[in-house]
Every structure is written in C-alpha cells, then in structure tokens.
Design a protein around this ligand. Structure first.
Ligand code: URA
Length: 210
C-alpha cells in the first residue's frame, strides 16, 4: 500500500475550517467538496489517458483524453456520498458504483449490505471515497470486495486518517495495488473510535443528523 499525504496550503486551510466545531453543515459540505477536488487532483495523477488528434482554431495538434475502460468511483455509504460530486467534477467520464458497509457491533467486523457496481473490475482504475480512515476496518473490507471483483488498481481518497487505520491497511492489504490519498494523518483514535483531533462524525457534520 502507498500513502500520499497532500501537503498544500489550500488543503490545510480547508481542513482547518472543517475541523472547527463552529462550522455549520452547509459550509462543511461545501468545504468537503472543495477539499475532495484538491485531493482528487493528486489521486488521479496516474489516471490512464490516450493520445488523440484534434484541430484547434489555428492548427492540428495531438493531445490526451481519459481513456477506456472508464474509471470507477465508489463512495462508501453514507458519508462517502458527500465526496462524490467533488471527485466526479474532475473525472467527467467516470462511472459511479456504490458500496454500503455496516459494522457488526459484537464482532466489530465490517461487511457489505448494499452493492451496486460492475461484477468485473479487472483493468479498471477504481477510486473509493470515505471521509474518515479511523480503525480501517470498513475501508479494508470495501477494498477486499473490489479486489474480489478483479480490481487491480485502487485509490482510496479520505479526508483524514488515523495512524491505527493506516497500519491496519498496510497489514491487511500488503502487496496489493492500493494507494491512500489524504489531507492529514492525525494523532490517534480515542476510546470511542474518533480520530483525534479529527473533525467529529463526518456524516453528522455533513448532514446535520445522527
Ligand atoms: N468516523 C467519523 O465520522 N469520525 C471519526 O472521527 C472516526 C470515524
């Protein structure tokens, strides 16, 4: 697994406002959307392209376009939905799939409760969206589901990560073609599983409800 922490003053500025408990839901959604677009810029650095010939008003030239098969963007329900627009804004040709993940509170194992995406992901570049990489259980289970379907090029875009989640991903997904792109790796998880200092419950902050 490869970890890429995006170091940019605009990313740091937006993240700081997202962290601030005084930021209301409408502002939170807008800033999360903008932050995802900045992360998407880095996350798509290796997106596949093909050469095309075009004619400008002045001359013929050669350029590049996003190639086929189309990239697949997969938000993890619920909070990943708040990242979808920011991601597909930069990837207009992307197809969108959905993964609903739930954690069994006794075994703490994450499993899939809803799936909407192509059966065969071989040869596809897949971008998974989940705002918080906390324990890592959900993201690991989601990526294992994608790999089971043949995905061989997976990038997870997360707003914030905890070291515990990064370690779990490194352990469970060792040797797999997975990249994590994030704005920050914070200090730790607290006893309730929240990232410290973090930004609280991302879903609640986005949607203003529990
Ligand atoms: N999920 C959240 O929304 N926030 C955290 O801090 C951890 C997990």
């Amino acid at each position: 697994m490869r970890l890429h922490v995006v170091d940019h003053p605009l990313v740091a500025h937006k993240l700081t406002t997202l962290r601030d408990q005084r930021t209301d839901s409408a502002t939170f959604r807008r800033l999360a959307d903008e932050l995802v677009t900045l992360l998407a810029y880095e996350a798509t650095r290796d997106v596949r392209t093909e050469q095309v010939d075009i004619t400008t008003p002045v001359s013929r030239t050669t350029g590049v376009k996003l190639s086929h098969p189309r990239p697949l963007v997969v938000p993890i329900l619920r909070a990943g939905l708040g990242m979808l627009d920011g991601m597909v804004r930069l990837l207009p040709t992307a197809e969108v799939g959905f993964l609903g993940m739930i954690r069994n509170e006794e075994t703490l194992q994450a499993s899939t409760y809803a799936t909407r995406m192509p059966e065969d992901l071989s040869g596809r570049q897949v971008y998974v969206l989940d705002p918080m990489l906390a324990t890592g259980g959900t993201l690991v289970a989601a990526i294992q589901e994608l790999i089971k379907r043949g995905a061989d090029d997976v990038t997870a875009v997360v707003l914030l990560a905890a070291p515990e989640g990064v370690e779990l991903m490194e352990r469970e997904l060792a040797g797999t073609p997975v990249t994590v792109v994030t704005a920050s790796v914070d200090e730790r998880l607290n006893e309730n599983g929240y990232i410290v200092p973090g930004l609280g419950d991302a879903g609640d902050r986005m949607y203003g409800s529990a």
